[in-house]
Design a protein around this ligand. Structure first.
Ligand code: UDP
Length: 242
């Protein structure tokens, strides 16, 4: 990245740089992959670019469905321009099918189709290991008002409906995903972060039997191999949608 832009934040999978407009930022998607609160780390050449392209297309699709997002435009390769937002320190996970931590922490069997989407909220705090948090604790910590929390939950449910259908059209089942929201310069709540196979579980529907074929970060978490191939496949299916 050109050094006229100042690095203002570096996370596990992205770098955020300043923009000439004070209300915008440039987001660079890195090739790094982490799992289990960064206990497991690796680099996959080309992952950053694929996630940037996939996220951009999904944000565009959500915008067309009136979901406010921070996304503005693709810049080049693995970078996009976005609105500068103040991130709310919560990870909003929506689950359509029971998998991952839900099955480790409850007696719900892996693969159970949930009667209605389940929303689990986690506190975004690496030191505390992103604990599951309650509505009352969110209020107690004064993270956001109950009205704004309801708004975020409502937006997440809407996003789920849009994304489920989007992914179904490219033969993928949306198992679960994680969202982050923030406040823009006008104090409006907008969707931030990314929507990519790094933070969505996506199962291939092009399977003859019931075998689960993950086209997402579980390929890395569970040492399945073929992560770049899976992400490229998703990008290709999205491109064929046009
Ligand atoms: N997720 C994420 N970041 C996290 C934790 C989870 O993007 O720090 C996503 C994950 O990719 C999955 C969903 O949220 O799509 C639910 O993950 P889960 O709580 O099952 O956690 P995991 O099994 O990854 O530990």
């Amino acid at each position: 990245m050109n050094n006229k832009y100042e690095l203002i934040y570096e996370g596990k999978a992205k770098k955020v740089f300043s923009h000439q407009d004070e209300d915008k930022v440039i987001i660079e998607f890195k090739d790094d992959a982490t799992a289990f609160n960064a206990l497991k780390k690796a680099k996959f050449e080309g992952k950053g670019k694929l996630n940037c392209l996939i996220s951009a297309r999904i944000f565009e699709h959500l915008k067309q469905h009136n979901i406010p997002t921070h996304y503005l435009e693709l810049k080049n390769g693995n970078t996009m321009v976005a609105q500068k937002i103040k991130i709310i320190p919560l990870e909003i996970v929506l689950r359509n099918i029971a998998y991952g931590s839900l099955c480790k922490q409850t007696t719900i069997e892996s693969g159970t189709v949930l009667e209605k989407p389940l929303i689990d909220i986690y506190l975004k705090n690496d030191e505390l290991n992103d604990p599951l948090i309650t509505k009352d604790r969110i209020q107690l910590m004064k993270i956001l008002s109950s009205r704004d929390l309801d708004l975020i939950i409502d937006l997440t449910l809407k996003i789920n409906k849009i994304l489920k259908s989007f992914f179904k059209d490219i033969q993928l089942r949306l198992v679960d995903f994680k969202l982050e929201f923030g406040y823009d310069f006008n104090k409006n709540i907008v969707l931030g972060d990314e929507i990519s196979p790094d933070n969505c579980r996506l199962w291939d529907l092009n399977q003859k039997n019931d075998t689960i074929v993950s086209l997402d970060k579980d390929r890395f978490r569970n040492d399945l191999g073929g992560l770049i191939e899976a992400y490229s496949e998703i990008n290709q299916r999205i491109n064929e949608l046009i």
